[in-house]
Write a protein that binds this ligand. Structure first.
Ligand code: ZN
Length: 497
């Protein structure tokens, strides 16, 4: 290429094409989980594998390698340098992994989703185990292609979020284990006396619950011109700044469960929809993985689980469900600890993190080969007993509960990092905003909250590495301190410690 500008433009066009292909593939994934008939799996698996191969060819190409060489010492703006940095990272990872392996990982993952659903429904881990072992082998092989010298688990982790060092995250986990386990014990001792309210026994049909869920996210500001709300076995968010869809799942006896999941997914969508539209397809218009979960947790916990929110939303809740609960009762019901619960996505704000720590431990040992696939169910159940004092009766409620392993390993830390970061962002926002945040929530004024997040987080895309973005938004590096202070204060008050 004759000039830096030409080389940069050429590179930009290629990274955009790569992003569009990945987004198309994501839409097929949404369709597979939300609307596709069961019989469609073999065709869908081949379609996504083909798209994945084409995307791989784009990002791993010689042309991209040449442009990156030409731009290595070029004089670039901050934004351009960020685009080159992110493209280089993805190129290097992709160029080192053979196409056939990429295709096999994609095909195996898609087929595994179907197998997982059946295995979970029939509580049959043995039927899923060979596929899970195959997924492990393929992902380890992939990690070895990326970097032969390093621990495959670390390579997998860095594929998700290279800017937050694994050591920093492990340090945060140690602090949580140290302070949460005794806190949970104390709270449980106080539980009988505190006698927190719960929902009355009852059944609410899916249509009723979905109307309520829709109203909740409309109130928070979800733009249905650029989004939609559906149901799927596992709630998720899929899309970009023009079209970002969310799903939830409904339990007839617990409308708070679906509502919380819906608000959580709305938080993910708010991040996607807050990314700059002009940068669609470039790294400046894409989200950070670790940051993503902070946005869902912020809306779920720091908005949806506050007393102020229930003062606003209780009448709507009661109207739709025919209940007569006070805001205080709903606030308590939304924040009751349920350590007997076995399912991560249904867990309360505190015990949730023990679920994540458990999975991370198992994943790490399984990936390294130290733990055989057949041992996973019993180790899972043992750790549940050790951390939360409960033992699953079935693998459907144990190690088969989540779909995530069909897509690989080492992404689970982000769930806990997200909560920790949400508390840090919440503290920074309250300090920053020239208004009482609880009063805003009570009045249904959610725009200032979302706008603060957009200004400090969403609008930057991947302009800054995740650790730098956290420091810019909050004035300090990631720390467990705000989260621990927040849960100690909130649950201490609720349980009268
Ligand atoms: Zn999430």
């Amino acid at each position: 290429m004759s000039s830096t500008a030409d080389a940069y433009d050429d590179l930009l066009g290629r990274i955009e094409r790569y992003s569009y292909l990945r987004d198309a593939s994501m839409t097929l994934g949404w369709d597979q989980q939300v609307t596709m008939p069961e019989g469609g799996t073999p065709a869908r698996a081949r379609q996504t594998a083909a798209l994945s191969t084409v995307a791989h060819d784009v990002i791993a190409s010689e042309a991209v390698a040449d442009r990156l060489d030409e731009l290595a010492d070029a004089d670039l703006s901050g934004e351009q340098a960020a685009v080159v940095r992110e493209t280089r990272r993805q190129h290097e990872e992709a160029a080192r992994v053979p196409e056939e392996l990429v295709e096999e990982i994609s095909r195996t993952g898609a087929e595994a989703q179907e197998l997982w659903q059946t295995a979970k429904a029939e509580n049959d881990f043995e039927a899923f185990a060979p596929t899970l072992e195959r997924i492990r082998e393929l992902h380890v092989e992939r990690a070895e292609h990326v970097d032969q010298q390093r621990d495959p688990y670390r390579v997998m982790y860095e594929g998700y979020e290279p800017a937050l060092p694994l050591e920093l995250v492990e340090d945060v986990f140690d602090q949580l284990r140290e302070r949460l386990v005794p806190l949970i014990d104390e709270l449980l001792d106080a539980a009988d006396e505190a006698d927190l309210a719960g929902l009355p026994d009852g059944e609410w049909d899916e249509t009723t619950q979905m109307v309520l869920n829709r109203e909740a996210v409309e109130l928070l500001g979800y733009d249905f011109e650029r989004g939609r709300l559906d149901t799927s076995p596992h709630p998720f968010t899929s899309g970009n700044q023009f079209d970002c869809r969310i799903t939830t799942r409904v339990r007839p006896d617990d409308p708070l469960d679906a509502l919380t999941a819906t608000v959580h997914e709305y938080g993910h969508a708010s991040y996607q929809l807050g990314l700059p539209q002009a940068e669609y397809g470039t790294p400046l218009g894409r989200p950070h993985w670790e940051i993503h979960e902070s946005q869902s947790r912020f809306w779920e916990n720091h908005v949806g689980r506050t007393r102020a929110f229930w003062e606003l939303f209780a009448p709507t809740f009661n109207d739709h469900l025919g209940t007569e609960l006070s805001p205080g009762e709903l606030y308590e019901a939304a924040n009751r600890l349920t350590p007997e619960n076995l399912i991560r996505v249904e867990a309360d704000e505190l015990t949730y993190h023990m679920h994540v720590i458990l999975r991370t431990e198992i994943e790490r040992r399984f990936v390294s080969g130290e733990l055989g696939v057949e041992e996973i169910p019993s180790v899972w159940n043992d750790l549940m007993e050790e951390y939360l004092g409960v033992r699953p009766d079935s693998d459907a409620e144990g190690c088969l509960q989540d779909i995530h392993w069909t897509g690989g390993f080492a992404g689970f830390q982000s769930y806990t990092v997200g909560s920790v970061l949400a508390a840090q962002l919440d503290a920074a926002m309250r300090e920053d905003l020239d208004a009482d945040v609880d009063a805003l929530i009570r009045e249904g004024e959610f725009d200032p909250l979302r706008e603060w997040m957009t200004e400090h987080v969403h609008s930057h895309g991947k302009r800054y590495p995740a650790d730098e973005l956290i420091e810019r938004a909050t004035g300090e590096p990631l720390t467990a301190e705000y989260f621990l202070e927040y849960v100690e204060r909130k649950f201490g008050d609720l349980y009268g410690l």
